[in-house]
Design a protein around this ligand. Structure first.
Ligand SMILES: C[S@@+](CC[C@H](N)C(=O)[O-])C[C@H]1O[C@@H](n2cnc3c(N)ncnc32)[C@H](O)[C@@H]1O
Ligand SMILES: [Zn+2]
Length: 371
């Protein structure tokens, strides 16, 4: 069947209209249109920031939809997949839109390591964890690495051993699991890039549906890599009172007891990324690149707006969860945030959920402000 998205029309396996299709079909997920709309808008915003950026590798292309959309936006595109059927489909999808580009049957790692031209932007969109491709991406990309991770259960600590294996970290299953997943991923990516003397700066990140997506700008000096590693540390989370704190550095200092409630169930999570996961100005510039022909433009607009306003504290709270802990009825979010601000705290919504918020205050200050 044909799918039209963002100004291109591609053929995808018939069964895959609403989901991921049959197991042996070439992969296509209609529900990732938001991810692809944001990719195209991010590429456009990034080109304004880095005008030399011209080449884009869609390293796991499947039907080719993402690479075709990038080619349609003027990028010099290479699309790769290990699956011969995917390569055939992506080749015909590029051609039927009258676009130039190279489609190759290659393993992403081997292609990255012996590509004969500079790859300005590399997009890693595998099944599950991106970590098996992260070394090759950071060793060979020049400006930007885009990463999707769909293994959210390992990332957030729900599938603990798998998370430990894939991310060389200790993810913990907290009530801010989506952000835990994002920060475990960012921490692992920053440490991987550092092996190649590459420093990463996350300029946009979001957790939507069941995937994590992040865009990492690269700098190629050892000092940049050091600066990125300095953004990595640990979160200490009390399972009893939900209080948490964090510390930078690769050496963990597990808490014997919670400084707030004295409980002994304080989890240590990390190493994970404690720095900003986005740049406000860049998120705003991506928002300006959304176009009418993008099917998820409206959702993308609201998502970016929320991200722009989001504080950079490394964990968030769910206001409903707190009120249930306090045994009180929850109030509206706008009123709640006003109460925090009236008490002199910084406070923002987050894109992790409609009742989530971030603040620079500790839990005791939040309680004092709203109860
Ligand atoms: C999640 S799909 C990609 C979806 C696509 N980027 C999109 O936006 O619709 C993952 C693809 O990676 C391919 N793949 C798996 N291992 C690979 C490897 N080592 N190198 C390149 N492609 C690989 C699979 O054949 C599959 O087509
Ligand atoms: Zn506690």
């Amino acid at each position: 069947m044909d799918v039209s998205e963002g100004g291109v029309t591609v053929s995808v396996p018939t069964a895959s209209g609403g989901g991921e299709g049959a197991a042996d079909d070439v992969f296509f997920n209609a529900t990732q249109e938001l991810n692809r709309d944001l990719t195209v808008a991010t590429l456009a915003a990034f080109r304004e920031r880095e005008p030399r950026a011209a080449s884009y590798l869609d390293a796991m292309t499947a039907s080719g939809i993402r690479g075709v959309r990038a080619a349609n936006a003027g990028w010099d595109v290479t699309m790769a997949d290990v699956d011969a059927d995917a390569v055939e489909l992506a080749t015909s999808n590029l051609a039927r839109n009258g676009l130039d580009g190279e489609v190759v049957a290659r393993d992403a790692n081997s292609l990255l390591h012996d590509h004969d031209r500079v790859l300005d932007v590399v997009d890693i969109d595998p099944f599950g964890s991106p970590m098996p491709f992260a070394d090759a991406a950071f060793a060979n990309a020049r400006n930007l690495v885009c990463v999707t991770a769909t293994d959210t259960a390992p990332l957030c600590g729900a599938h603990f051993e798998s998370g430990v294996r894939k991310y060389s970290a200790t993810p913990r299953n907290t009530n801010y699991h989506a952000e835990m997943g994002l920060r475990i991923l960012l921490g692992a990516l920053a440490r991987t890039a550092a092996r190649y003397d590459v420093g990463v700066t996350p300029i946009l990140s979001h957790v939507s549906d069941h995937y994590v997506r992040t865009y990492l700008e690269l700098d190629h000096r050892a000092t940049d890599a050091n600066a990125a590693v300095e953004q990595v540390g640990h979160v200490y989370h009390c399972q009893q009172c939900l209080s948490r704190d964090h510390e930078y550095g690769l050496v963990a200092a597990p808490r014997a007891e919670c400084p707030r409630c004295g409980g002994h169930q304080v989890l240590t999570a990390g190493p994970l990324w404690l720095g900003p996961a986005h740049e406000e100005a860049f998120a705003a510039s991506v928002r300006e690149q959304l176009t009418r022909e993008m099917g998820e433009a409206s959702q993308a607009f609201h998502l970016l707006q929320t991200i722009e306003g989001e504080l950079h504290e490394p964990t968030h709270y769910d206001q409903h969860r707190l009120y249930s802990q306090w045994g009180e009825p929850a109030v509206g979010m706008a009123e709640f945030l006003d109460q925090l601000r009236d008490a002199g705290l910084r406070a923002s919504r987050t894109h992790f959920g409609g009742t989530t918020f971030k603040t620079d205050g500790g839990l005791a200050e939040v309680e004092a402000a709203v109860l």
